[in-house]
Design a protein around this ligand. Structure first.
Ligand code: SAH
Ligand code: SF4
Ligand code: F3S
Length: 451
């Protein structure tokens, strides 16, 4: 009791910078909630913060290296204000551990993605052991979720909810199984309780997150086990949950009941991010994706049979070791056949410790760059075509925040496009019909007949 009282008396400022995927965004929010409970309020900039947390990403070399340049900038601040603390959290912390402090001695704390709940303890340590440094990269996701407090602040109309962590797939290019550990599914009751909490605090849409979200397989009320489709049904029944999404999925875990759920549950939005990475079976095999391009095409067919308007997104890697021009053309052919609403594409980045990094058949960087440009041109065209196809349609939009121009709000269509429309800020959090009048490369704009 006394411990809490003294801790809460300290008012300090926290600045969190987030890199990487949505799961890091969720983790940053939870870290902020937890640190708020021990007296840290949000700072607007790193300059005015007592504690700066860099929540990092290790997925590609560029992402991982950003952290070190950021710590370099923060060091200059710390030279002027020696009591400022710097924490490196997230996947670089997990992958590199103490090495982070060797490379960047200005860092006081290194905390892995499963050890956030111990941050307050670590802070107390770091304050006492100035210049000593504290590292915690323990792997126990269940402890993390049990001990992080539920959010006490208002949340946006669309809220993230992590239901699954880690990955057992071991694609040969990927660091995630090493940085996030084995697959872990949170129990259904914990997910449902958190969803209720989010709705109470203002969420209308819940985005279920996991590195392999459709591998979720959780303990259910009564001791049985539920699939993701069953969980989605339970969440759709919660009063106030208007929309549900889940990301990111693996084709191997796209089970029959999940595909059917897209046709049966109106709250489940008709948009799916289903990465394939490459269109050639030879490359897919070398990536250890454990499915063929034809399996993926079949899943897409079945999804479209269940929900004809479903829009698809994917991730692609070009220049994977051993990828020939012919292999790459199969990726282009697959993209042409499927027709994506949106996609991310990357040049292969050799990550330390992964099998693909040691592959002798590395593709020269200029070949990978040239392929990336060709793929991106095709994907950008498809996105434009998809967006233009929405002009003249009436779409339901969930307004999320003010737009750039005064009097304008931005929300999301069922297909994840950003939609701009004239509306008062009081309408944030509302679902409204919008007649789509124009399409840009990355967003739509329109007018609501009811506003
Ligand atoms: N779990 C998700 C992906 C998480 S990583 C899935 O299986 O789809 C997000 C994306 O980063 C991947 O889909 C992949 O396209 C890309 N990526 C991962 N490792 C990479 C690497 N070494 N080089 C380039 N891109 C990579
Ligand atoms: Fe990485 Fe593959 Fe796991 Fe996705 S499925 S997180 S790409 S190892
Ligand atoms: Fe990056 Fe870790 Fe997410 S490596 S993509 S932050 S799981």
């Amino acid at each position: 009791m006394q411990e809490t009282a003294t801790r809460q008396a300290v008012r300090k400022k926290l600045f969190v910078r987030t890199y990487g995927c949505q799961m890091n965004v969720y983790d940053s929010e939870r870290m902020s909630d937890m640190l708020a409970a021990v007296g840290y309020e949000a700072a607007r900039t790193a300059e005015e913060a007592d504690l700066v947390v860099l929540n990092t990403c290790h997925i590609r070399e560029k992402a991982a290296e950003k952290v070190y340049s950021e710590v370099g900038r923060l060091r200059a601040l710390k030279d002027r204000r020696p009591d400022m603390l710097i924490a490196v959290a997230g996947c670089v912390a997990q992958a590199e551990g103490e090495e982070v402090m060797r490379r960047a001695p200005a860092v006081d704390i290194v905390v892995g993605p499963q050890a956030y709940h111990r941050l307050p303890e670590m802070l107390a340590w770091a304050e006492r052991a100035r210049g000593g440094g504290v590292v915690d990269v323990d792997f126990r996701p269940e402890a993390k979720f049990d001990e992080l407090p539920a959010p006490e602040r208002p949340v946006g109309s669309s809220a993230f909810l992590t239901i699954q962590e880690g990955c057992d797939k071991f694609c040969t290019f990927c660091v995630v199984p090493y940085t996030r550990g084995a697959e872990y599914s949170r129990p259904a009751a914990a997910v449902i309780a958190e969803a209720r909490e989010l709705v109470q605090r203002g969420a209308r849409e819940i985005v279920l997150l996991g590195q392999n979200v459709n591998a979720w397989c959780g303990e259910a009320p009564g001791g049985s086990t539920w699939t993701l489709a069953r969980l989605i049904r339970a969440l759709a029944d919660i009063e106030g949950v208007e929309r549900l999404r889940y990301t990111t999925s693996h084709p191997r875990d796209m089970s029959d009941d999940l595909i059917e759920a897209h046709g049966a549950i109106p709250a489940l939005m008709p948009f799916l991010h289903l990465p394939i990475q490459a269109g050639s079976d030879r490359v897919l095999e070398r990536m250890n994706r454990r499915h063929r391009a034809s399996d993926y095409r079949r899943i897409v067919e079945r999804l479209r049979a269940a929900r004809p308007d479903i829009a698809l997104a994917s991730d692609f890697i070009v220049g994977f070791p051993g990828e020939s021009e012919r292999d790459f053309e199969q990726t282009l052919a697959l993209v042409r056949d499927i027709g994506y609403a949106q996609a991310y594409s990357f040049k292969f980045s050799a990550r330390p410790g992964t099998p693909a990094a040691a592959d002798p058949l590395q593709v020269p960087p200029e070949v990978a760059s040239e392929r990336l440009a060709r793929l991106q041109e095709l994907l950008n065209n498809q996105q434009q075509v998809f967006n233009r196809g929405c002009v003249g349609m009436r779409l339901t939009v969930l307004f999320e925040r003010p737009g750039r121009r005064p009097g304008q709000l931005v929300g999301r269509s069922p297909y994840m496009q950003a939609v701009h429309a004239e509306a008062d800020t009081a309408r944030i959090g509302e679902l409204a019909e919008v007649d789509i009048l124009a399409a840009g490369p990355n967003s739509l704009s329109g007018r609501s007949p009811t506003i």
